[in-house]
Design a protein around this ligand. Sequence first.
Ligand SMILES: Cc1ncc(COP(=O)(O)O)c(C=O)c1O
Length: 440
Amino acid sequence: MNFGVDSGIYPLGSCTMKYNPKVNEALANLDEVRWVHPDQDESEIQGILEIMYKLASWLAEITGTHAVSLQPAAGAQGELTGVLIIRAYHKLNGELGRRDEIIVPDSAHGTNPASASMAGFKVVVIPSGEDGCVDVEALKEAVSERTAGLMLTNPNTLGIFEEDILEIADIVHEAGGLLYYDGANLNAILGKARPGDMGFDIVHVNLHKTFSTPHGGGGPGAGPVGVKEHLEGFLPVPVVSFDGERYYLNYDLPNSIGRVRSTLGNVGVLVRAFAYILSMGPQGLERAAEVAVLNSNYLARRLSEIRGFTLPYGEKPRKHEFVLSCSVLKSETGVTAKHVAKRLLDYGVHAPTIYFPPIVKEALMIEPTETEPVESLDRLVEAFRSVSEEAYSRPEKVLGSPYNTSVGLVDEVKASSPRTLCITWKMYKDRLRTSERGSR
Ligand SMILES: Cc1ncc(COP(=O)(O)O)c(C=O)c1O
């Protein structure tokens, strides 16, 4: 009854559900990894500290940053760590009161504005241009002496590379702000381009996406954060350092934002990422990005030729993912992105991400990753074609799907309504009290 990336294509856009080599699991499960504890004497845990130190330095090299904290447990926590660093930086410069705005494009993942606002900033949303990229004129109007920073992912959530990134970085830096890179889309540019070279000051990496850790359903993950040299002193503590002879937990960072998670972070995930990078090597990582982009463009072309589906924001090549719209299908047949996603399950493939990014109507966001062979991409195309044909001939069939899954069409409104479901003990007792009162 289960479906995973080992069973077939899992084209969940923005999630990079690539195949996870089993050797990484075996290594993360070695006793020498599982049974060490950060409170042991450092002389006893030199091995794991060495792994952490090397992983952090490889991630710094890959992202073009100077120093990396491995602590954050997810992309979203990496973002929060990053904006807390932005906050601490402006505070140290005596500008925090004045710099209270973080700029975010309207194509951003919801965690970006959420993280900025959790760190106490106001969120300023700027529109995307007709090409799907940041509207540079709108950015110029939005920056001011109140700008604390900009959060951006590149390629963006439409899978389009922000070609004006150097100009964007200059605009933000000239206004006194910092640039934050949301690394969810790093798989597209691995070994090809580095956020640090694009002008970003702070970068997070979703190890569970790009560096092949099984994820979904809530974890586990890791969202290490890299910073340029001028921000190194703000990283969470401890970081793992090396004095030429031994590895040690370094708490000596003058302006550290403090600890954001347990000492070393999510060690099992970190070891998997270490093993993955080691086994791929620099050429392997670069090749992964190339094939991910090739797969994505192959699918973008073939799927956008199917009746009812279009590729908004032009024909420009996409990077590792792309966003289809089925607005035409909806207006001509009544079948929406949600229905397409449900019916695809009946054809034995996983559904794509839907209704994200919000700037595309009836969005289906597709990321095949580099680990799917062409046969598997073709299978997805055939599934989409069948759904389209059905939508035009027997729409009611699609509207009632799925049929071949262990659970049929669920009532989503009912599932999310506190009136129907009783999900806490307190709710149960309250309800019991009300019904007792009613029967009295
Ligand atoms: C573009 C983007 N940014 C940030 C995140 C947050 O990452 P995480 O799920 O690891 O918290 C995601 C997650 O899907 C994402 O797609």
